[in-house]
Design a protein around this ligand. Structure first.
Ligand SMILES: Cc1cc2nc3c(=O)[nH]c(=O)nc-3n(C[C@H](O)[C@H](O)[C@H](O)COP(=O)(O)O)c2cc1C
Length: 217
């Protein structure tokens, strides 16, 4: 029997009981259902330190630099994967430090970029962000566009992964917050009871649908 293709799910959250970790599990389950062997990389559980180190800083004169054993093992996991799915909370319209540092240290010169034939070409990616913003907030479109530029274009495309998408799950707190045109902060009603349950079920379904789209692309 042919070996199953691998999907790498990267969970970037500092709490094991976070919604982000839960959605990472939803993504992993959907990938397994589609016939993938899932490599679940929980950056917190594995003690990944996002701070750049001298050992992992690029040497622009040496594309073949040997990075730290920890980073090398992450590179091997990326290479082994056909699909890569980072799941993360949106922090200040960007990736949280834990994920940003993973990209900084692991998606490195000579490995992910810096070669005329990119090693990661042919892989497919879904960046799945969780945001407190509600979808009809004025901020929402440019927040998504900013994330898309930075992560899909700036990281995936720059590193030779042309088939990538970025999706956002909105209103993940179930309690809207707005800043109006005058800069005033307002909090809306928090969802309760059945409405709250239905909201989180819908987020699970939405996450699974985004993964299904990646699988069938
Ligand atoms: C430091 C920080 C910055 C945040 N910045 C944003 C933001 O720019 N846009 C947004 O929609 N939500 C923002 N949020 C809300 C988070 O995206 C939301 O709380 C998180 O995705 C919830 O998932 P979790 O329960 O797994 O932490 C921010 C939260 C924190 C803690």
């Amino acid at each position: 029997m042919a070996a199953k293709p691998t999907a790498l799910v990267v969970v970037a959250h500092h709490r094991a009981d976070s919604l982000t970790a839960h959605i990472g599990g939803v993504a992993a389950a959907r990938l397994e259902k589609a016939g993938y062997a899932v490599d679940l990389l929980d950056l917190r559980a594995e003690g990944f330190d996002p701070r750049m180190t001298v050992a992992d800083q690029p040497d622009w004169n040496d594309r073949d630099k040997v990075y730290s054993p920890e980073v090398q093992s992450h590179m091997d996991r990326i290479l082994a994967a056909e699909l890569i799915v980072p799941v993360f909370p949106v922090y200040w319209n960007s990736a949280p430090a834990l994920l940003k540092g993973w990209i900084d240290r692991v998606w490195n010169y000579g490995f992910a970029y810096g070669r005329s034939k990119p090693r990661l070409a042919g892989k497919r990616m879904l960046w799945l962000g969780l945001a407190g913003a509600v979808q009809d907030d004025d901020f929402a479109p440019w927040m998504k566009e900013t994330l898309d530029r930075v992560l899909r274009e700036g990281v995936s495309f720059y590193n030779g992964i042309t088939e990538a998408s970025l999706e956002v799950l909105y209103d993940v707190e179930g309690e809207p917050q707005y800043v109006d045109a005058e800069g005033n902060f307002t909090k809306g009603e928090a969802l309760t009871g059945q409405a709250r349950l239905s909201h989180y079920e819908a987020l699970d379904r939405q996450a699974a649908e985004y993964v299904a789209k990646l699988v069938s692309a």
